[in-house]
Design a protein around this ligand. Sequence first.
Ligand code: NAD
Ligand code: GLY
Length: 361
Amino acid sequence: MKTLRVDLGERAYPIYIGPDLLGQPELIEPFVAGSQVLIVTNETVAPLYLERVRASLSHKTVQQVVLPDGEEFKSLSVVNTIFDALLAQRFERSCTLVALGGGVVGDMTGFAAACYQRGVPFIQIPTTLLSQVDSSVGGKTGVNHPLGKNMIGAFHQPRCVVADTRTLDTLADRQLKAGMAEVIKYGLINDLAFFEWLEAHMEGLLARDQALLSDAIERSCQIKAQVVGADERERGVRALLNLGHTFGHAIETGMGYGEWLHGEAVAAGMVVAAELSVQLGWLDEGSLQRMQRLLERAGLPVQAPKSMAVERFFELMTIDKKVQDGRVRLVLMRAIGDSLVTGEVAPEQIKGALKRHLAAA
Ligand code: NAD
Ligand code: GLY
């Protein structure tokens, strides 16, 4: 087992990564406050892993909420069903919530924990590659609004993260690939050596080699923990973690939540960001092609959906948490492993890049 730490002073917490961790109650026990535990999961993950997690909490009073599965259910009304369960079963402020599932379950459970009685502890047990490398770490929680992705939320750090790499054995190939987009993102934003390692090992990773997956999750979480430790509330460097996300969120919202997986939308969004960087003269064409090749080898889309008109695409991009004083702020690239945040790109340049990208489809 690998252990990392997110260094946030009194809110610091460990990330455990390795096989068969769900069968190790001693990992979560120290972080369960009080005697009441609510496990939040969904209808796909519950039959696979719920009993194992329940068993590891046998000396607590454990209840569960099983949510419908899908990005389209990441909404305030579904979070309300978590509050219904907490209140109906008289959960006190000393309770603990446990998120068991992918990023959708994790984001909603964390948000419920942030809000219930003004904040209760929660534990992340991520079961998708995407959630193990990204969403379970860093304390961003929330839900989608029909007009904008992840626009309602709160910062609320978990007490610990338990990433059992064996749970990835049951994950659909499409979901594994979607998670790989966020893994590749870490290489692109600040780690050329990791990007090169991914180039060397992509086929082994997709074949679910446990040792390779474990190494990729560890390096991804190291980068995320370092960035979050430096800038928990995204006042600066943390925005780099959103490479491809402003374009990607527009795709997710524009196509209807759940049509494009988050990771797929991020992959195509990273390509548009890189193309714009080339057009601005900041990135060389060879680096753009190199990142496209790796995304394609990971089975990810490198093309945004042609059905999205430029004006609508851009309008959706303006509903983004990075917008400041009405200006879209983007993460762009100077090189593989070197990204920057900028609010200096004119709307016409962004629309020009979108137009060229969509025309090339
Ligand atoms: P997801 O939660 O929808 O899970 C993907 C699918 O896999 C679902 O159908 C789920 O039921 C299923 N599943 C989960 N674990 C499984 C397992 N072990 N075996 C079989 N099936 C399993 O999607 P995701 O990719 O995990 O997360 C995407 C979400 O995360 C998006 O809503 C995105 O906005 C959010 N996100 C949040 C952050 C953050 O910092 N909070 C970062 C990145 C992404
Ligand atoms: N996924 C972006 C962040 O956590 O900041």
